[in-house]
Design a protein around this ligand. Structure first.
Ligand code: PEP
Ligand code: MG
Length: 510
């Protein structure tokens, strides 16, 4: 009989594949280092750390590798005669315990980063870092005790069908990335019941994992996957014939390349918040400019809409020190943070403007509720333009500035907002949660979380009408843009473009 593992924490979606159980390095029994070998080990460690600057290590981690406290603790441990691996593990635990013990959420979150960095060093020391993620076979379901931010960067998502872990939360970085890739995740599972090579059916919606199911069960499940992901040909035809433009959502330059190769007409939503997460400090203007320019160039002349930082809410930014909030989704989030930290916002705007010299770039402001937020943001954009002009730095002087319509307030004043902006993009993920008063991550109220609920549908209709009156384009960039029924609704309502995750684009463009 099939065993079924259940939990109540997951990222939705259906997938099946072969279990790949990740085994992290465990404490070994290496011999202690003789004093004369110590210099050599120290050198080995230094070169290991210096050599860790591969793109698969997050910049936060690089910073941490430069942190004298970590290095000193490791070196002291070696000086006391510990083997290098033991020295790294002990340093990690010591520093992590110190951070977790100081009663501050931000510091506690950094404890995981320290463990993550040190785990990477240990894997490298043990020579087992290369094969953890590098040779994942196609159609794998990764099963792990816990997944770390740097793991997502090392993972080849094209081979990963689903993730199953014992620890972790749906708002973790790993889950945010998995969601954007359409990869279901089930967390809080007793993974001891799964062996490497087991065949797994993963139902993210039900937070359920079935181990070695019967053939019939697999067949039924396979049909479910078809229904889950497939947009019927008649809808695809409707989309093609309606002339609606098809853009892609992206969170990295890699995503953009994939989307363009898959036929996207451009990027309708480039999420920039990942640049601000999983690091200690904040990205400089220069760092942002480099990435935005790469993103623009990866579009090969097609348009790209860069969204200014949509941080806060469930996207924690350790470098910003935002006080803990009881209702983060109703608190300091996105444009509210940008306007309260103008220097931070201007650095991002300048970086985007500089990148605009290399293609067709639009700026998009998230979480707008009032007209004065738009006027304030636009004033800062103009200030940045003046500065760049004065220094002779090239940028697109005619750059379009638009907004995400994702709050009920923005819908209700969409006629006024339409007069201030160059475009609207409806964010159905948040719009649905705010209109329906149903947390987008809470499965208990998921029956209310329906982007086609009449209340949300009316909101979309109002926005399209307001945009139509002044002749600005309106797109949809929430997950609903990839849902067959919603797609049909958007086409019939007069939406100009859809922006969806690249796997959903196939068959929608000619
Ligand atoms: C949305 O809210 O629909 C959206 C696209 O933004 P995010 O999912 O990043 O909040
Ligand atoms: Mg949103």
């Amino acid at each position: 009989m099939t065993s079924i593992l259940k939990s109540n924490s997951s990222v939705g979606g259906l997938a099946m594949g072969t279990a790949r159980v990740l085994v992290r390095g465990t404490r070994g029994s290496e011999a202690r280092i003789l004093p004369e070998a110590m210099d050599c080990e120290r050198e080995r460690l230094r070169s290991l750390i210096a050599g860790s600057s591969s793109p698969d290590i997050f910049s936060a981690h690089l910073e941490m590798l430069d942190d004298p406290l970590l290095l000193e603790t490791i070196e002291n441990n070696i000086a006391e005669g510990m083997a290098p691996r033991e020295a790294v593990e002990a340093a990690a635990e010591g520093i992590a315990a110190m951070l977790s013990g100081c009663g501050d959420d931000y510091m506690a979150a950094r404890a995981d980063d320290v463990r993550d960095v040190c785990r990477g060093i240990v894997e490298s020391l043990c020579g087992d870092s290369s094969n953890q993620f590098a040779d994942i076979p196609d159609d794998s379901v990764l099963v792990a005790e816990e997944l770390f931010p740097s793991d997502t960067a090392r993972m080849d998502f094209s081979k990963v069908r689903a993730l199953v872990t014992r620890k972790g939360s749906v708002t973790s970085h790993v889950c945010i990335i998995a969601r954007s890739r359409g990869v279901p995740v089930v967390l809080g599972v007793d993974i001891d019941a799964i062996k490497d090579g087991d065949y797994l059916l993963v139902d993210g919606g039900r937070a359920e994992v079935r181990i070695n199911p019967a053939e019939k069960e697999t067949e039924t499940f396979r049909k479910g996957i078809g229904n889950d992901n497939t947009v019927p040909e008649e809808i695809r035809r409707l989309v093609r014939e309606s002339g609606i433009r098809i853009f892609a959502n992206a969170g990295s330059v890699e995503d953009i390349k994939e989307a363009i190769a898959g036929g996207a007409e451009g990027i309708g939503l480039f999420r920039t918040e990942f640049l601000f997460m999983d690091r200690n400090g904040l990205p400089s203007e220069e760092e942002q400019y480099r990435i935005y320019r790469q993103a623009v160039e990866a579009c090969e002349g097609r348009p790209i809409t860069i969204r200014t930082m949509d941080i806060g809410g469930d996207k924690a930014v350790p470098g910003l020190d935002i006080p803990k909030e009881d209702n983060p989704f109703l608190g300091m989030r996105a444009i509210r943070i940008s306007l309260s930290r103008p220097e931070l916002f201007k650095a991002q705007i300048r970086a985007i403007l500089r990148a605009s010299a290399y293609g067709t770039v639009r700026i998009m402001l998230p979480m707008i509720t009032r007209v004065d937020e738009v006027t304030a943001a636009k004033a800062l954009v103009s200030e940045c333009m003046e500065g760049l002009k004065a220094s002779g730095t090239p940028f697109d002087n005619d750059i379009k500035v638009g907004i995400m319509v994702e709050t009920p307030a923005a819908v209700l004043v969409s006629d006024l907002l339409a007069q201030e902006v160059d475009f609207f993009s409806i964010g159905t993920n948040d719009l649905t949660q705010y209109v329906m008063a149903a947390d987008r991550g809470n499965s208990s109220v998921s029956y209310l979380y329906n982007p086609l609920d009449p209340a949300v549908a009316r909101a979309v209709g109002m926005v399209v009408e307001a945009a139509g009156k002044v002749g600005i384009p309106v797109g949809v960039c929430g997950e609903a843009a990839a849902d067959a029924k919603a797609m049909e609704f958007f086409c019939r309502t007069g939406v100009d473009s859809l922006s969806l995750a690249s796997p959903s684009i196939s068959g929608l463009t000619t």
